[in-house]
Design a protein around this ligand. Structure first.
Ligand code: AMP
Length: 215
């Protein structure tokens, strides 16, 4: 099964993608994670996209489509979860073509609906463990011992994304409404859209996604 998790920044796409990976052995393809990895390893492309990402703007279609094409060639599993991709109509068309060229297709597009006020709170409070990637939040999910990761035990390894500031979030939200939200109509017209309420506990949202995928 190949699915897209669609929604604004902070909707919980990454969190729910991790759940699906653990529960269904699916493969998460997050262009945001790929771009951050390129930055960390200091590639030419990574240097080129750094300022664009920190400002909350979209990286070019050419770069992200190239990243996805490469991953589709290499990865295998019980299906793909596209997280943060596609973000433009051109990317959506490219994804359709890439999947078709592999004899595969998109099974569902899950739109995670969350209101804007909740997004600001979710995004500006979030941080992750730099060692294992476990996600935390200042209000909703604090580590049991301050400064120490519950999952891997690393101390002093927490980090925040440079684009998780209120200012960059405003730009990211604008990019979402301007460039990405037209995908809702696009996939609705193709009969692939499933809408779920993205507010609530992680388990509740996960159950709604499972229901949408089964239905
Ligand atoms: P994310 O982790 O999905 O929130 O992505 C972080 C940042 O990476 C975005 O704000 C963009 O600058 C860039 N990015 C990630 N995915 C895409 C995409 N599909 N198209 C354009 N830019 C992207």
């Amino acid at each position: 099964m190949n699915i897209i998790l669609l929604g604004p920044p902070g909707a919980g796409k990454g969190t729910q993608a991790h759940r699906l990976v653990a529960e269904r052995s699916m493969v998460q393809l997050s262009t945001g994670d790929m771009l951050r990895a390129a930055r960390r390893s200091g590639t030419e492309m990574g240097k080129k996209v750094a300022a664009v990402m920190d400002a909350g703007k979209l990286v070019t279609d050419e770069i992200v489509i190239g990243l996805i094409a490469e991953q589709l060639d290499n990865a295998s599993g019980a299906g793909f979860i596209f997280d943060g991709f596609p973000r433009t109509l051109a990317q959506a068309d490219a994804l359709g073509e890439l999947l078709a060229s592999k004899g595969a297709r998109l099974d569902a597009v899950v739109e995670m609906q969350v209101d804007d006020a909740a997004l600001v709170e979710r995004i500006t409070g979030r941080f992750t463990c730099g060692e294992c990637g476990e996600g935390y939040h200042d209000s909703f999910k604090k580590p049991a011992v301050e400064g120490k990761c519950d999952k891997c035990g690393a101390e002093g390894a927490f980090k925040r994304r440079p684009d998780d500031t209120e200012e960059a979030l405003r730009t990211r939200l604008m990019a979402y409404y301007k460039d990405t939200s037209p995908l809702i109509g696009y996939y609705y017209a193709k009969g692939q859209l499933k809408r779920i309420d993205g507010l609530g506990e992680i388990d509740e949202v996960a159950a709604r996604i499972s229901g949408a995928l089964a239905g």
